[in-house]
Design a protein around this ligand. Sequence first.
Ligand code: HEC
Length: 231
Amino acid sequence: MKKLIRQYEPNPPLPPGEGRGEGASRTRFPFPPRSRFPLPLIVLSVALLGCHTDMYDQPRYEALEKSDFFKDGRASRPLVAGTVQYQAPPADDVMHTGKQNGQLATELPVTLTPALLERGHERFNIYCSVCHGRTGTGDGMIVQRGYRQPPTFHSDRLRGAPVGHFFDVMTNGFGAMPSYSLQVPVEDRWAIAAYIRALQLSQYAAVDQIPDDVKQQLKSTQTTDHPDARE
Ligand code: HEC
């Protein structure tokens, strides 16, 4: 205790002429000579404390902050006429909702072309086949590794579902299946929906739905020794 008190006693003034050079006669900084707290460090910490407030409250306006600079008293400026909204909310039409007058669309809102089906085929294989399998039976690789099995697309229920249902499932998700609206843009969702229809027909089509030339082709390739070929 005694030592401590002595340590913090102010230094006795130095006799004139002693000390370091010219300034020796000036009053010395009243810190004990054995102090381990160097002056530059104190200055630095004070300076840093000051910095904190500056960075925290920077000389700029927050959104919608008050300002005396502009006549209307607002820091945020009104939008320039003709500004187009970034990421505008999806339009309320059948193309973007899959629904017409609140009912799931029964027809594609885009033109059905071989290119559309090809695109749907490619996108389906990328985004859907991992779970639904390449033919839509629901035995994709992730399912084989333990993910919940989706229903087959080749059921009466899904064969009879309006095409808008497939768009809706991709857009909003369905039960355990997440939405794919971020990965698959609107046009591609319709391409996939069209391709799912093609997949369904590939596994189950009434004879009168088959074009005549394809029917002839099927007949010529039919082998009678296959069990399915028996009448
Ligand atoms: C990660 C796995 C997974 C992926 C990828 C996936 N699905 Fe699914 N899907 C499921 C599961 C699981 C279900 C069943 C959900 C339930 O019934 O809860 C399902 C259900 C469905 C259904 C049936 C809805 C009904 O009426 O029963 C459709 C249609 C469908 N998915 C379409 C798609 C399409 C199109 C894609 C690609 C854009 C896709 N899915 C990608 C897992 C997946």
